[in-house]
Design a protein around this ligand. Structure first.
Ligand code: GRF
Length: 209
């Protein structure tokens, strides 16, 4: 059975969706860089091990990442799921977990990498928005996309309503992708990402238009 670690910094609603999905993999532990993150309560309520590793207590990014890396090894983790983890990871850490670490980003990548995606979508006047699950690589928000949730932006939307609507999609697609990895339906190989044993040429799309 695949062992999973979820890395969080905040509320952890995506963690909750992963817990509630009863994945065929086991969530072996949750790491937070913030001791006050509500996600830690969610993990404890579900009987999942937690570790608080405060980035502020380490002299630099690499030292912080080394401690996280060691914790992941101690839990014997096969898959790292970033779920609202608000730290940029060092190249060394990303390389160590390449092909074994996924993230969810609140935009239709490659559009709107980085922060404040909802407001940027509104400023541009896009009619479609959503979220993307992707493998993590050294370049921020640039690894291969595995799935996207797509919604239509309405005239009544503001950054808050968009954030809420995107969250609903996140809770749908993140557990689904995690399960596909746990069950071997998605595989990361040297030849590229396979979906149902075929090269994955584009992300699976979930629409809520
Ligand atoms: C999500 O919007 C996700 O896209 C981003 O961080 C947020 C985490 O929310 N990476 P939560 O902590 O899972 O509620």
């Amino acid at each position: 059975m695949i062992k999973i670690a979820v890395l969080v910094s905040g509320s952890g609603s995506n963690l909750q969706a992963l817990i509630d999905a009863n994945l065929s993999g086991e969530i072996a532990g949750v790491i937070s860089n913030k001791p006050e993150a509500y996600a830690l309560e969610r993990a404890k309520n579900a009987g999942i091990a937690t570790a608080v590793i405060e980035h502020k207590q380490y002299p630099n990014r690499e030292a912080f990442d080394d401690v996280m890396h060691q914790q992941l090894l101690d839990w014997d983790v096969d898959l790292v799921i970033l779920a609202g983890f608000m730290r940029i990871l060092s190249a060394k850490f990303v390389q160590a977990w390449e092909g074994k670490m996924i993230n969810i980003h609140p935009s239709l990548l490659p559009n709107y990498k980085g922060m404040h995606t909802h407001q940027r979508v509104l400023n541009t006047g896009d009619t479609l928005h959503g979220c993307t699950v992707h493998y993590v690589t050294a370049e921020l928000d640039a690894g291969q996309a595995l799935a996207q949730g797509v919604l239509k932006v309405t005239l009544h939307d503001n950054a808050d309503t968009l954030a809420n609507r995107v969250h609903v999609l996140e809770h749908l697609i993140y557990p689904q992708v995690a399960e596909w990895i746990c069950s071997g339906k998605i595989q990361h190989t040297k030849q590229g990402v396979l979906y149902h044993n075929q090269p994955m040429l584009e992300p699976v799309q979930f629409c809520k238009l």
